[in-house]
Design a protein around this ligand. Sequence first.
Ligand SMILES: [Zn+2]
Ligand SMILES: [Zn+2]
Length: 172
Amino acid sequence: MPEDARPYPSASPLNGKDLSQLLTTAHQLCESRGTRLTPIRRKVLEILLREQRSLKAYELLDLIRAIQPGAAPPTVYRALDFLVEQHLVHRLDAINAWAACMDAAGNHHDILVVCTRCGAVAELSDPALSRQLAERVAQSGFRLVSSETELRAECSTCGKTQDVCSNSSAVL
Ligand SMILES: [Zn+2]
Ligand SMILES: [Zn+2]
């Protein structure tokens, strides 16, 4: 497994996990599925893992171009599509952004809680709740087409800053 050409100097702890360990896990998952974590796919994943927050397409492009000048948007989008298909990255429709899955090798999580202010993400797993939701949706004549439910929320950090703001500004 190529551990050379790493754009960042050293791995820092990511929620107790090591960056290189997370990348190795991603490599292994791809191999076991007969797919390949090509250099550009790996770079995109590495940036998302390192940032530990969701990134908009333009932010991701800027970061990619800092280490690989001339990277074209379609290349980055194709890499993102692949990573989403492989469940290594979550596509967040609520905020039009992407975030690395912090537990790709673990249990499938079916609920993503997304802070619409800062883009922080919490990955939850509640199969019973998801089943219930799917049943209710089916009762209304629809069928869920995604195995992930996204919830728009506000994280505790943003909640605190908003409290301060709302005291000093009138809401119309
Ligand atoms: Zn995840
Ligand atoms: Zn937040």
